[in-house]
Ligand binder design. Sequence first.
Ligand SMILES: O=C(CO)COP(=O)(O)O
Length: 214
Amino acid sequence: MFVLVNLKTYPCDPIEVAEAVRDVDDRTDARLAVAPQAAHLERVAETGVETWAQHVDPIEHGSNTGQTLAESVADAGADGTLINHSEQRLKLADIDGSVRAAERAGLETVVCANNPAQIGAAAALGPDAVAVEPPELIGTGTPVSQADPDVVEDAVDAAAGVDADVSVLCGAGISTGEDVVAAGDLGAEGVLLASGVAKADDPTAALEDLVDPL
Ligand SMILES: O=C(CO)COP(=O)(O)O
């Protein structure tokens, strides 16, 4: 299972969490990565953890201001990027442009979507993976795998119906190893989570709990 920890703009220490993700990754068969804010990418990548951006824009080098260029994210040490997170929504054409920009820069891609219908559209753009995250469950601590298991299974079917090479993650409210196992049982190949680690008093303990049953 892939466990991708999005730090959003939570007031955690990104280096402390990055080191925790790196150390727990070394002790488990699961694949762990962390997605800090753009301004923290370089320092986080220097810890040796697998590092992801939270967003890249559908742009090239040139006359753009205040945007995130995929090449700069890769130069900072990122291995991949989220695109179209529910808190950073894009138009379909811009999701496509961001996926192309990320590919150009050699970044792995996870395109987020709110529901199975959007997952099908996202998979058609050819990212490495898609992630279904019902917005109403984000940050609630109620896991999507428990509150809405059909949405995960339907997302897996929707992606497989479009492109069997696109893997499916799920997210929203995931905070325990039991939630991760339930996500895997529903067909997801990984989870995307934030508050369960970024807001934890002890991120290492939270991460160990997440991967313990894997
Ligand atoms: O949006 C999310 C991950 O990108 C999910 O957030 P929570 O894990 O806080 O519900």
